[in-house]
Design a protein around this ligand. Structure first.
Ligand code: AMP
Ligand code: MG
Length: 418
């Protein structure tokens, strides 16, 4: 039996970062960019107005005020997007809208609120500094500037920036294809008419977890507890970048996943991890394709996915931050455990003005999938610990990324179901 850390290290060492593919910028949202993006242009390309008003020569309106208004001739009208052909001379101004390029000769913009139009002239009631109310060429991005670095996750602002730079395609890390093979004679698919069989919920929860990582699930269906059947499903799964199996890794007579890993040409790196739930995890490879043999119990398979498969998949996709956020929370109930294994206890985590609190979801059996439905975090108790009491601080792994954002000072917490 190995520790969670050693198991994780072994799995992460065995998976590689995938290569790049060229995708449309909108499809690149949330993905990891595989190229440095330099700007081939200045943004904005020319000095333009930050206000609706009048483009002027600042020296012409020096000292202007309500008591000392200055009169200028308006020689043209510049809506957004227009390019002036005139030069603003002494005593002249141009009507200008936000975003319009500042004409030659002008060096500032007077906001419309500080002016009064009089036929072909304008009365100016305030002075301006040189450059005031002008957005300068290149003030956002300069030509040749490194704007997005290889390895960044592309968020909506990045997509907008790529568009501004004139890029419609970008190179990102590929999405891994992850096969899910469920095994067990007791299992049936959702619509199979077999009332006493257990629906292979893992086929769906695991596929959903894969989707939530941004990877592509490939559901291989259910293998019977026969060596040939398992091998056949595994063979079909071998075009994937990673195979996840569920079930068949315990110590029972029909737990055949390990046997297949031990066959010639394949490999089993380790079996059994000092954790609860999820102890009977096996990791190895079929020829060169890595296989994580997850336990069959619905909670165990999901928690093992969270601890091992998710970081591995995120690594494959080029991510640098591959672990869930952890926080310290105060327990609001006592938890007892046996020493020896790291426990991952399904928890309900809340945030208030003083920090995080955590309580358990109740019954912690590894078949209680409802505990995962209720949980928004995992309370992690170290192997040696036997008790964590009310008020003690524990480490919590947040399963819901938005959790730390739900508390807004001054607003009541919204409750689910209301
Ligand atoms: P195993 O790891 O094969 O011994 O499976 C342990 C238990 O997990 C079984 O008795 C089933 O009740 C349950 N189980 C196994 N595979 C699945 C699955 N694909 N979906 C839901 N439950 C499963
Ligand atoms: Mg089984």
């Amino acid at each position: 039996m190995i520790s969670v850390e050693d198991a994780l290290r072994n799995i992460l060492d065995a998976v590689d970062v995938l290569g790049l593919e060229k995708v449309n910028i909108l499809s690149a949202l949330g993905r990891v960019i595989g190229e440095d993006v330099f700007s081939g242009r200045a943004i904005p390309p020319k000095d333009n107005s930050a206000m609706d008003g009048y483009a002027v020569r600042s020296m012409d309106v020096f000292g202007a005020s309500e008591k000392n208004p200055i009169l200028l001739d308006v020689i043209e009208d510049l809506p957004a997007g227009s390019v002036s052909r005139e030069t603003i001379g002494k005593g002249q101004a141009a009507r200008i809208m936000t975003g319009a390029y500042v004409p030659e000769g002008a060096d500032a913009v007077i906001p419309v609120e500080e002016t009064k139009k009089e036929d072909k002239r304008v009365v100016i009631f305030s002075g301006v500094q040189t450059g005031e109310n002008i957005r300068f060429a290149g003030e956002d991005v300069q030509t040749g500037e490194l704007v997005i670095q290889k390895g960044e996750i592309l968020r909506p602002a990045h997509i907008g920036m790529l568009a501004s730079l004139g890029r419609s395609f970008v190179f990102v890390h590929q999405k891994p294809l992850i096969a899910v093979v469920s095994s067990g004679d007791e299992l049936a698919d959702i619509d199979e008419p077999s009332p006493l069989k257990i629906v292979s919920s893992n086929s769906y929860s695991l596929a959903a977890l894969i989707l939530a990582c941004g990877a592509v699930p490939m559901q291989m269906g259910i293998a019977k507890d026969r060596r040939e059947d398992l091998i056949e499903k595994f063979r079909a799964a071998m075009r994937a970048d990673l195979i996840l199996s569920s079930g068949g890794v315990s110590v029972g007579d029909f737990d055949l996943v390990k046997d297949v890993m031990k066959q010639k040409g394949n490999q089993m790196n380790f079996w059994q991890v000092a954790m609860k739930p999820g102890q009977p995890l096996a990791f190895g490879s079929l020829e060169n394709v890595p296989v994580i043999g997850l336990p069959g119990n619905p909670v165990s398979s999901m928690i093992s996915f969270e601890q091992f498969a998710r970081p591995a998949i995120l690594k494959m996709m080029g991510h640098k931050n591959i672990f869930r956020k952890t926080v310290t929370a105060r327990l609001t109930e006592d938890i007892h455990k046996k020493p020896g294994k790291r426990h991952f206890i399904r928890g309900i985590i809340k945030q208030d003005a003083t920090g995080y609190t955590a309580r358990t979801t109740g019954e912690q059996g590894s078949g209680i999938l409802k505990s995962m439905v209720m949980a928004n975090g995992l309370i992690i108790l170290p192997p040696e610990l036997t008790k964590a009491g009310t008020g003690e601080e524990v480490t919590v792994q947040l399963l819901d990324d938005s959790l730390h954002m739900t508390f807004q000072p001054g607003f009541p917490q919204l409750q689910v179901g209301q």
